[in-house]
Ligand binder design. Structure first.
Ligand code: IPE
Ligand code: IPE
Ligand code: MG
Length: 247
């Protein structure tokens, strides 16, 4: 599908969530070590961010590290943490020298339970969020680290209870306290590397998301692969529990 066709389609998603899976399998298939798969995943991410902005997607959320991923071998976890930290250094350097490159014009937010990270890590997250918020809300890039859908809901509920000890909680109360805040729920969730599961990603927000699973591992997920997902999404009928055809 050409870019024009996608832009002209009424069925273009506003918000896409990406479960970037398969870095390890990608590396193994090439006789590389798992961490090299993660490094390759970063280049794929940048190409997808640029493409999404070019075709008019308004918001993208990338699942980079789950609350369960801490159970991996220490060496892999350490590599990932180092990777996130130096990636933020790269963004900060760009911000301080004239503006973001790959993420040009984007509002970039690292989302998840930040209490697991040290002060330096949290300072970087805050700086990037504050500085890039000056770009407005035209194109929002969320990167989910130490993210868990269940933990996010528990956090929202606890926050509500501490503010309103004697009130009953509503869906709206929860929605507006999620890490994704007031953003629209994802219309489409794309998972690479073949598994048909959410793995604790955006559990609350995904209640009516369309799900697209591709066997392609994340480092091989190109803008062309994204266009295939969008073409498939464009043909779907979303009913939200209602009916599309009258009797
Ligand atoms: C996804 O790739 C990245 C993270 C979870 C950090 P994996 O590392 O899960 O790759 P596979 O699933 O083992 O191939
Ligand atoms: C999901 O991938 C998490 C991320 C992509 C960050 P996993 O590899 O952790 O998921 P499972 O273990 O196969 O469910
Ligand atoms: Mg995996």
């Amino acid at each position: 599908m050409s870019e024009n066709n996608i832009l002209n389609s009424a069925n273009i998603p506003v918000h896409i969530g990406f479960i970037m899976d398969g870095n390890g399998r990608w590396a193994k298939a090439r006789n590389l070590i798992r961490t090299q798969g993660h490094d390759a995943g970063v280049s794929a991410l940048e190409k997808i961010v640029s493409h999404c902005r070019d075709i008019g997607i308004r918001c993208v959320t990338f699942y980079a590290f789950s609350t369960e991923n801490w159970s991996r071998p220490k060496q892999e976890v350490d590599h990932l943490m180092q990777m996130f930290s130096s990636y933020m250094d790269k963004l900060i350097k760009e911000i301080n020298s004239g503006g973001l490159k790959t993420y040009k014009g984007s509002s970039v937010r690292f989302i998840g339970d930040m209490s697991a990270f040290n002060e330096d890590f949290r300072r970087k997250v805050k700086f990037i969020k504050e500085k890039t918020s000056e770009n407005g809300e035209e194109f929002i890039v969320n990167i989910a680290v130490n993210y868990g859908g269940r933990a996010e809901i528990v956090h929202a509920v606890n926050e509500f209870i501490s503010e309103n000890p004697n009130k009953l909680i509503t869906e709206k109360d929860i929605s507006e306290r999620l890490y994704t805040g007031l953003l629209a729920d994802p219309d489409l969730i794309i998972r690479t590397a073949g598994e048909s599961r959410l793995s604790n990603f955006l559990l609350w927000q995904a209640s009516y998301s369309e799900i697209y699973v591709t066997p392609v591992c994340w480092p091989d997920f190109t803008p062309e692969e994204l266009d295939k997902a969008l073409e498939n999404y464009g043909k779907r009928t979303r009913r939200f529990g209602g009916l599309t055809e009258p009797d």
